[in-house]
Design a protein around this ligand. Structure first.
Ligand code: NAD
Length: 503
């Protein structure tokens, strides 16, 4: 396969639309579909409006893919599949390294784009872009280490040879809350493993994925290796792709509810599926914790992305001795955050994604208050345009509040006191989710013992951030199947081939 090394040729489709305010971007932000080597308008001629969460107004529109467009993307992925799988790992790694650099080089305006379409504050958006880029660097390094095994059969004689081959054409479906990072966390390992792919970004935030798609093209990813289809009808388009026997992998990040639907779709052709689903993270603070460190960690775990993260701390269980001081300091720190449009450099807490997100937060807060929670900060939707909800702290939340069972996905901290560590473990594990949990204690032995007992795929000990491209990200129970990041994430896009060798 020829590797396209062109760095500045941008093919501009007739109706490629410059997103207002992005004249400084190194190319016009695409708003069509990426199929093979071209940006194409949807075959149905329809477009999807993209809203600005800070105003509620329409920002721009993107092409709306039909099932036929999804099939065209699959054709393009198929046409590129054999060549990409046969491209030497080192050559794939060189391209991935270029993708890393190209994303980093474009960090400023990409962060602006994320802040604009997702609503998150610029520091969060910038952090996301750099995190997103890191997956390319990590998987550039992993692409050349897809090692197999050779062993002697226990009975002697035969040799058992195991080789990891690319699994094949992959459908990647991503949510709106990290529009760059959730895409690169899938694309980078898929490409490193030698797979071609079709990315289906969230309807709310396709611009970032489209911009990343163009950056990857310019960095030398060959035509057809990455295809991108935005659609207002994800069920039909994704179902058609999953029911086509050429598709061999589904990698999904989103809600548990949609994950269940997709697992059923994937069962039709028994397609290998990775699922990164919802969370309901507990944050445990023991009496002996370093209060300032616990507050700093809480601010990251709760307020990164204004709480719109699957790893966001949803429930704070705080031991009685430290409880009053913890609540007081949390109120002080969260109350000092400036809420405003993500693109405003002064904002620290951006807008929620849409009206439905505000409605959900209001319902959960009202339920908690009706059941006895005391509102120590915020707790009320402000008047005015845009989808804003203020940083809020609810103390003494009662154990039957819905907020302790459902992801709030917003800047609301629910705090519950506990007496004994055993109570905290029981309450923390009392959920169908199992993505991330946080523990603050100065007793490392106890902290490690708690980490083992918490039924979560990831536990952060005296840290407010778990995500790291070099670590296996993923959940247990109804938070998902499989892992992203680390070498684990690469193996998700491979299949073990066993070759029995007569000796
Ligand atoms: P969502 O499940 O509503 O949508 C996710 C994606 O699935 C979108 O691209 C959407 O268009 C698509 N989709 C919806 N219905 C579909 C269908 N029938 N067939 C095919 N695709 C379909 O989730 P969301 O609201 O975008 O994101 C928020 C959720 O994502 C939260 O629950 C959050 O916890 C979860 N999330 C999980 C992780 C993780 O790594 N575990 C990371 C980020 C977000």
């Amino acid at each position: 396969m020829t590797i396209n090394t062109a760095s500045a040729t941008v093919q501009k489709a007739a109706n490629t639309y410059l997103v207002p305010g992005f004249e400084k971007a190194s190319f016009p932000v695409p708003t069509d579909l990426l199929v093979g080597d071209a940006w194409v308008p949807g075959s149905g001629g329809k477009r999807i409006d993209i809203l600005d969460p800070a105003t509620g107004g329409v920002l721009t529109s993107v092409a709306d893919a039909t099932v036929a467009d999804g099939m065209a993307a699959l054709d393009a992925a198929e046409a590129a599949a054999a060549g990409w799988a046969a491209t030497p790992p080192r050559a794939r790694a060189v391209i991935l390294q270029r993708c890393f650099q190209a994303i980093v080089d474009n960090v400023d305006w990409l962060a602006q784009l994320i802040a604009l379409e997702n609503g998150k504050a610029l520091p969060d958006a910038r952090g996301e872009v750099l995190y997103a880029a890191e997956f390319f660097r990590w998987y550039a390094e992993e692409a050349v280490r897809i090692n197999g095994d050779l062993s002697i059969a226990p009975a002697g004689g035969n040799r058992i040879m195991v080789q990891y081959q690319p699994i094949g054409i992959s459908l990647l479906i991503t949510p709106w809350n990290f529009p760059a990072a959730m895409a690169t966390r899938k694309i980078a390992p898929a490409l490193a493993a030698g797979c071609t792919c079709i990315l289906k970004p969230a309807e709310e935030t396709p611009l970032t994925a489209l911009a990343v798609g163009e950056i990857l093209r310019q960095a030398g990813v060959p035509a057809g290796v990455v295809n991108i289809v935005n659609t207002s009808d994800p069920a039909s388009v994704c179902s058609a792709i999953l029911r086509d026997r050429r598709t061999r992998k589904l990698s999904f990040t989103g809600s548990t509810e949609v994950g269940r639907i997709l697992l059923r779709e994937a069962s039709y052709n028994v397609i290998n599926s990775s699922m990164e689903l919802g969370g309901n993270a507990p944050f445990l603070v023991l009496d002996d914790a370093d209060l300032d460190a616990a507050i700093d960690g809480a601010m990251i775990a709760k307020m990164r992305n204004a709480g719109e993260a699957c790893t966001a701390a949803n429930r704070f269980y705080v031991q009685e001795g430290i409880y009053p001081a913890f609540v007081e300091k949390l109120v002080e720190k969260m109350g000092a955050l400036k809420m405003g449009a993500g693109t405003d450099a002064a904002s620290q807490c951006g807008a929620m994604i849409n009206r439905a997100a505000i409605d959900k937060i209001e319902t959960l807060v009202n339920d908690a208050v009706a059941k006895g929670a005391s509102v120590r900060l915020g707790g009320k939707t402000p008047e005015g345009a845009g989808f804003f909800y203020p940083p809020s702290v609810l103390a003494d939340v009662s154990l039957d509040a819905d907020l302790l069972r459902e992801e709030i996905f917003g800047p609301v901290a629910a705090v519950v006191p506990f007496a004994h560590v055993e109570d905290a473990v029981r309450m923390a594990n009392d959920t169908e989710y199992g993505l991330a949990a946080y523990v603050y204690t100065e007793n490392m032995k106890l902290g490690l013992q708690l980490a083992e007992r918490l039924e979560y795929g990831m536990v952060a000990l005296n840290r407010g951030l778990v995500s790291d491209p070099a670590a296996p990200f993923g959940g247990v129970k109804q938070s998902g199947l499989g892992r992203e990041g680390a070498h684990h994430g690469l193996l998700e896009f491979t299949e073990a081939k066993y070759i029995a060798v007569n000796w």
